[in-house]
Design a protein around this ligand. Structure first.
Ligand SMILES: C[S@@+](CC[C@H](N)C(=O)[O-])C[C@H]1O[C@@H](n2cnc3c(N)ncnc32)[C@H](O)[C@@H]1O
Length: 447
């Protein structure tokens, strides 16, 4: 029986929707993944709003079952590289982009970490060298004293020098990630929030973080995790050769062009609160002050570190529309009736309306540009949270579906999962204090 491409696409959509629904039917709460622990390369560094690896892995498995000709995945907002690793573990090629240099550094390390023995040896070498150092000059950058005590800054300076002395860039990058996680733990900024927010003076009095000791612990754990990673790679069936991996730092809004066709998109875009609750840039600002910029790659842009806010301003929704352009607003609201309905209730709140429109303008363009390399009949998976704006939930799932439908995509399915409270760093607080309780995975197909 002959099946046309359109029919094939349609039957694949149905098969995928059924496969996704079956999990929940056979095991209620399947998508919650409430008890999973991050392992291997997934645990090298605590990046904000990380996805659940097993969840994205299940989506990939279901995708491969209905579309076995899938060979390449694109994540336009790669973050910590969750989809990257899960793709690699299935022998798929992977393209990833992110505006944040910390995300691309981490992803490059996750794509090719040292072996456990190499990692343990290099951590040992660096710690020995840093312990033996006697120089007293501190590495400097604006406001360093606010974020680091002199004792911590001295130990971090010695670690920085000791890492720079390593000859191999691949090893240095692994060490920079270990240093970044160390900095997250020993700086004067609270670990309970993604924002830069200094501990109260009385807490700083009693806090005595040890950078060398912390680095040793992080490095030792990350060496074990590197070992776990390679075990998984070596367990790949012989028939599966590792796919190509390409990671580019840049904004999907203008810099990035994926030069090839990809079979699927799997991603989690920012939800539009990068200035308030999930400031990816602020979270990465301090580590990026210590890491040698020469090791961040040719696509690094030093201007992003001009201030603690620069990276978040350059990110999706970060730069506000100056005037409410009615033509542009009409175009966005025509594409998304859910956005029109939401905005109508913000009429008396011009500041909030401006924020929602700025984010929507960037978001619509980001979806358009991200989906450009997706092949006809290709699926896209969008992990989404719905934050509150002006006391109401912004219907990001509907807005995403409607924007994509206006660009020639069709809805396949939507998964809703409960976020484990308190445990998962995804359970972000919004600006009025309520906690996001659910997360959605919207699945679309490009016609
Ligand atoms: C929700 S996070 C992704 C988290 C990721 N899924 C994970 O598991 O770690 C969203 C990412 O979008 C990135 N981002 C924001 N604006 C961007 C832009 N204009 N272009 C590319 N990436 C951007 C942020 O730096 C952040 O890493």
């Amino acid at each position: 029986m002959h099946t046309s491409a359109a029919e094939l696409g349609d039957s694949r959509s149905k098969d995928l929707a059924l496969a996704l629904e079956r999990h929940e039917r056979e095991q209620p709460g399947f998508w919650d993944f409430a008890t999973n622990r991050r392992q291997g390369g997934h645990a090298f560094f605590q990046y904000p709003a990380m996805m659940v690896p097993e969840l994205q892995g299940t989506l990939l498995d279901d995708l491969l079952a209905v579309a076995p000709d899938t060979t390449s995945i694109y994540d336009p907002f790669l973050g910590s590289g969750t989809v990257l690793l899960e793709s690699v573990y299935r022998g798929l090629s992977f393209f990833g982009t992110d505006i944040n240099p910390m995300a691309t550094l981490l992803s490059r390390v996750k794509a090719d970490p040292p072996s456990q023995a190499e990692a343990a040896a290099v951590v040992d070498r660096v710690v020995t060298r840093a312990e033996a150092a006697t120089d007293e000059a501190l590495h400097t950058f604006p406001n360093r004293d606010k974020w680091f005590s002199d004792e911590v800054a001295l130990e971090l300076t010695r670690l920085r020098t000791a890492i720079s002395a390593e000859a191999e860039e691949r090893l240095r990058r692994f060490l920079w990630v270990c240093l970044a996680e160390t900095i997250r733990l020993v700086s004067n900024s609270r670990t309970s929030t993604f924002k830069l927010h200094a501990y109260a003076p009385e807490d700083l009095e009693t806090r005595r973080p040890q950078a060398l000791e912390t680095f040793t612990a992080v490095g030792t754990s990350n060496a074990v995790r590197a070992g776990e990673h390679w075990k998984r790679i070596h367990a790949l069936p012989n028939t599966q050769t590792a796919g190509a991996i390409s990671i580019v730092r840049g904004s999907v809004l203008h810099d990035v062009n994926i030069p090839v066709r990809v079979d699927a998109i799997m991603t989690s875009p920012p939800y539009g609160d990068n200035k308030t609750t999930v400031p990816y840039g602020q979270h990465s600002y301090l580590p990026l002050q210590w890491i040698d910029h020469a090791d961040l790659g040719a696509d690094f842009d030093a201007d992003l570190l001009r201030s603690t806010h620069r990276l978040d301003t350059a990110s999706l929704g970060g730069s506000l529309v100056h005037a409410l352009n009615t033509q542009e607003r009409e175009r966005l609201e025509t594409a998304s009736p859910a956005l029109r309905y939401f905005n109508a209730a913000l009429e008396g709140k011009p500041d909030l309306l401006k924020k929602v429109l700025s984010f929507s303008r960037d978001y619509e363009l980001a979806l358009r540009r991200s989906a450009r390399p997706l092949r006809a009949g290709g699926f896209s998976f969008w992990t989404l949270g719905q934050r509150r704006v002006g006391g109401r939930e912004l219907p990001l799932v509907r807005i995403t579906a409607e924007f994509l439908m206006a660009q020639g995509h069709t809805e396949v399915s939507t998964i809703i999962r409960q976020l484990p409270r308190g445990r998962k760093r995804m359970a972000v607080r919004n600006n009025i204090g309520a906690t996001m309780a659910t997360e959605h995975i919207l699945v679309m197909v490009k016609e």
